[in-house]
Design a protein around this ligand. Structure first.
Ligand code: MRU
Length: 352
């Protein structure tokens, strides 16, 4: 059971499933080298998610699903296999708090788990469900690219700006916002991508620029602070971003710095589009104020790979996501379709 064959034409491969282990491309080390980490149990997968070996909302959910499948595989000879799988689900749920795809995937795995009558069935059905989650994510990305182009309807090649990494590395393949960029490029409707470097973890410079260059898609890397000048220049028609959690009213949690881009886009009359699968939508939360926002270690801001960038011990505020209010968003695109000028009614209609 491996999805990697089909995935190869869909951009970089972030994970490889082997039934008894999950291999994850170590995204902490890119672009310096392509190293794979092998996770042979659910705890190792949870650690890889927490440490950002694998990151990006859909990829986190898919990896967690494989983690549950591994728990069933490892417990297949134990009389307490049910307790082992439950423990794994709980442990994986603790790995990161903001991306709802994690909890969505774990819930799906739990539903499947509840139907399993024997350890053998658990091994088989949980692995099949994880692969299905992976495949569905790839299919969702391809569908979203179609919907997004319908909304954008570009008449000629356009410039776009993106933030963080929403590509094949962050998903089951192809990408969300970066998938839309791929589709524009395939249709010769892309002039250039401006990629925010995305301080402090540098997903834009280390991952997005790398993915785009691998696929010969024209990219210019910019410091986050340059985004205002780029939007003011008129070179960009759309800002395209992904999401970690979208609430019922259309508010969007995404990588820190997304909110300021949305303000800039509105000021400069540039379109602002959020591209995310329905597994990122949390209709149980009324608004973005309810989203748990992860804060990570100050060292991520204070230093880079051990090199100090700030006075030792300086106090740091390091929230890794922010919430963009729905009112600043022109369209949310999911595989189910697009919601223009998102609000509660529009989101409900999409999910009815
Ligand atoms: O901290 P990360 O790298 O997991 O954050 C990733 C993002 O914020 C992405 O924009 C989001 O998950 C969408 S990925 C398709």
């Amino acid at each position: 059971m491996a999805i990697s064959t089909d995935q190869r034409s869909m951009g970089a491969v972030a994970m490889r499933w082997h039934g008894d282990r999950l291999e994850l491309l170590d995204q902490r080390l890119l672009p310096a080298g392509e190293h794979w980490v092998t996770a042979a149990d659910a705890s190792a997968v949870a650690q890889c998610i927490a440490d950002m070996v694998v990151r990006g909302a859909p990829a986190i959910g898919i990896s967690a699903a494989y983690g549950v499948a591994l728990a069933a595989y490892n417990a297949r000879g134990n009389s307490n296999w049910k307790a082992a799988v439950r423990l794994a689900i709980d442990e994986l749920a603790q790995s990161r708090p903001t991306a709802v795809n994690l909890f969505w995937a774990l819930q799906r795995m739990e539903q499947t788990f509840l139907t399993c009558a024997s350890p053998g069935e658990a091994v088989e059905l949980l692995a099949a469900e994880a692969v299905l989650i992976h495949e569905e994510d790839l299919a969702a990305n391809l569908a979203m690219a179609d919907h997004a182009l319908d909304v954008m309807n570009p008449q000629q090649a356009i410039g776009v700006l993106t933030h963080c990494n929403t590509g094949a590395l962050a998903t089951g393949g192809y990408g969300t916002a970066l998938g839309v960029i791929r589709r524009l490029h395939e249709r010769q409707l892309l002039d250039r991508v401006y990629a925010d470097e995305t301080r402090p973890w540098l997903q834009g410079s280390r991952l997005t620029a790398w993915e785009l260059m691998q696929d010969n898609i024209p990219v210019t890397l910019n410091a986050d602070g340059a985004a205002a000048a780029i939007l003011a220049s008129g070179k960009v028609k759309w800002v395209l971003v992904g999401a970690d959690r979208i609430t019922a009213n259309g508010d969007v949690a995404n990588k820190i710095g997304t909110y300021s881009l949305a303000v800039l886009a509105r000021y400069h009359n540039v379109g602002f589009m959020v591209v995310a699968p329905s597994s990122t939508v949390d209709m149980a939360l009324v608004s973005g104020t309810e989203i748990p926002i992860e804060e990570r270690e100050g060292t991520e801001v204070r230093e880079i790979r051990g090199i100090p960038l700030a006075p030792a011990g300086v106090d740091v505020f390091n929230p890794v996501f922010d919430v963009t209010p729905a009112g600043l968003i022109d369209a949310i695109v999911t595989e189910k379709g697009a919601v223009r000028k998102p609000d509660l009614a529009g989101m409900r209609a999409l999910f009815a």
